[in-house]
Design a protein around this ligand. Structure first.
Ligand code: SAH
Length: 216
């Protein structure tokens, strides 16, 4: 089967399984080429519903997970979004079709460069990659309408809550190194109201990074 037929099939399966729900999110999945966000040798697997290695022990999330998280984030054209964990840049690319601007923080220098290259290659302009420790968020452009965390975190850090607007939404895998619960928080005037969804497994958020610099 050709890549474009595989893509069509994958998207129809994501819809059939209820992961993709909103027409505009479906459209973003149709437009963004996942094959441009994976290393050359994995291109043939770009439209199988699985995470794939992107180097540095990290992975691009499975399409169904990107679909679930994007839908839970309720993206709007006016949103300013913060992503923690740029990885390949794919999740940021999907969001960039749906929101005003995406700031994405990545710990690993090599992956900042990988994401930068992929996003340039696929032609995205409303995304900025920041090298640094995402556990501190990215204060400079805060507050954000939405925050999406794509690495496993032991908790929702206070900086994330502070940098979120009131009524803003945060989606994050919260838990231990090996197993997390996909958690959605809504910031209210009195604090963060959280709702837990289902178990998931993400690569862990790494800490104690202290040389944050912007590369773009
Ligand atoms: N959203 C990505 C997948 C992310 S994988 C995609 O669409 O491809 C998780 C990423 O989080 C990895 O790239 C890892 O390097 C990064 N990461 C881990 N700890 C981090 C931290 N403290 N700050 C920023 N990024 C971090």
């Amino acid at each position: 089967m050709s890549l474009s037929r595989e893509k069509e099939y994958l998207i129809s399966e994501l819809i059939r399984n209820g992961y993709l729900k909103t027409p505009k999110v479906v459209k973003a999945f149709k437009i963004v080429p996942r094959e441009k966000f994976v290393p050359e040798k994995y291109k043939k697997f770009a439209y199988s519903d699985q995470p794939l290695p992107i180097g540095y022990g990290q992975t691009i999330s499975a399409p169904h997970m990107v679909a679930i998280m994007t839908e839970l984030l309720e993206p709007k054209k006016t949103d300013k979004v913060l992503e923690i964990g740029s990885g390949s840049g794919y999740q940021a690319a999907i969001l960039s079709r749906l929101v005003k601007f995406v700031y994405t923080v990545e710990f690993e220098k090599g992956l900042c460069e990988f994401a930068e290259k992929n996003l340039k290659n696929a032609g995205y302009r409303n995304i900025k990659i920041i090298r640094g420790d995402g556990s501190k968020g990215y204060q400079k452009e805060s507050p954000y309408d939405k925050i999406i965390v794509t690495c496993a975190s032991e908790k929702i850090f206070p900086e994330w809550i502070e940098q979120l607007k009131t009524n803003g939404i945060i989606v994050a895998p919260i838990g231990s190194h090996w197993s997390q619960t996909l958690t959605v928080g809504i910031k209210t005037k009195t604090g963060l109201q959280t709702k837990e969804y289902f178990n998931c497994v993400f690569v862990p958020l790494r800490k104690n990074y202290s040389d944050a610099e912007s590369i773009s």
